[in-house]
Write a protein that binds this ligand. Structure first.
Ligand SMILES: [Mn+2]
Length: 301
């Protein structure tokens, strides 16, 4: 049994459901116990999330209510809401004997098999995560230059070590000491505390938005960019590239709606959908002004 953690509030429940469906649909040979830690979620949204797993024999869902009081000592930084810290309680959301948990941001889609993450040797690490190329956060986060800086949207947790080494307490201390500089709060703190105990996962496990822009990450080289786009396993709609906005031209927007159709939120209509945005969306592509590559370019279809 493989364990997955997601966290959501009412606003992101739909995206959480889409992410769950994408995971189960693309990993039919793997069984998952999915824990969703929630804060202030309506009964209606709870029922919808539960319905998301019903058509899949390979997934069970457990909703856990998070006690907001636990967040009190954590600083509120910038525009970030404190619910970004929920993932840090990963060890409390799963049973005592669980050793490995994959945390997924709800703005991700699982688009391929990921069972390899659960089978690889991981004992020497506390966490597994994907590098952000050319991240310029080392000075800000007091990181030695030889270590990469990882994105916190996809995290593989070694639960016994996370628990034993009191990582959550260390992260809280880091945040209290560095609240002026930790402008990506949870991500900076995870990097700041765990950089020496992190397994670097291949970029295909957290393909962030810039990989799909025509003009970004060119320094990685054409072959590497094409490899990561083609072999993407987890796509992360980070930054402003939200597929639930109609005007977004991220190549995986189509996939978002494909999985959305398998959830109780299937009747969702993007707020910005209009004749104007429809024309603009397609004209951008026709006129060669779109910064995103197309899914046909990515997958050769
Ligand atoms: Mn995210």
């Amino acid at each position: 049994m493989n364990h997955i953690l997601l966290t959501t509030d009412e606003n992101f429940a739909q995206h959480c459901g889409v992410c769950i469906v994408s995971l189960l649909k693309n990993n039919p040979q793997t069984e998952f116990e999915i824990t969703v830690a929630v804060m202030g979620l309506s009964q209606q949204a709870r029922e919808k999330l539960e319905q998301c797993v019903l058509n899949f024999p390979n997934g069970t869902l457990k909703l856990v209510d998070f006690d907001e009081k636990k967040l009190e000592p954590f600083p509120q930084i910038g525009a970030y809401r404190k619910n970004i810290y929920l993932r840090l309680w990963v060890d409390e959301f799963v049973a005592e004997d669980v050793e490995r948990v994959l945390y997924l941001d709800v703005d991700t889609l699982v688009v391929d098999t990921i069972d390899e993450l659960f089978n690889r040797d991981f004992d020497d690490f506390v966490i597994g995560a994907v590098d952000i190329p050319f991240a310029d956060c080392h000075h800000r986060c007091h990181l030695p230059l030889e270590y990469g800086y990882f994105n916190s949207g996809v995290l593989l947790f070694n639960i016994p070590r996370w628990r034993k080494e009191h990582c959550r307490d260390d992260i809280l201390n880091f945040l209290i000491e560095n609240k002026e500089i930790a402008t990506n709060p949870d991500q900076d703190a995870l990097n700041g505390v765990l950089y020496q105990n992190r397994m670097t996962l291949d970029s295909t496990y957290n393909v962030i938005t810039p990989y799909f822009r025509r003009s970004e990450y060119q320094q990685l080289g054409h072959d590497e960019l094409v490899r990561i786009r083609h072999e993407a396993k987890i796509v992360h709609f980070n930054g402003l590239a939200r597929p639930w906005f109609y005007s977004c031209n991220h190549p995986y927007q189509r996939k978002y709606f494909e999985y959305l159709a398998l959830t109780p939120w299937r009747d969702f209509t993007p707020q910005d959908k209009s004749l104007y945005t429809l024309l603009k969306k397609h004209l951008r592509i026709l006129l060669g002004k779109e910064s995103f590559v197309q899914l046909s370019d990515v997958k050769g279809i």
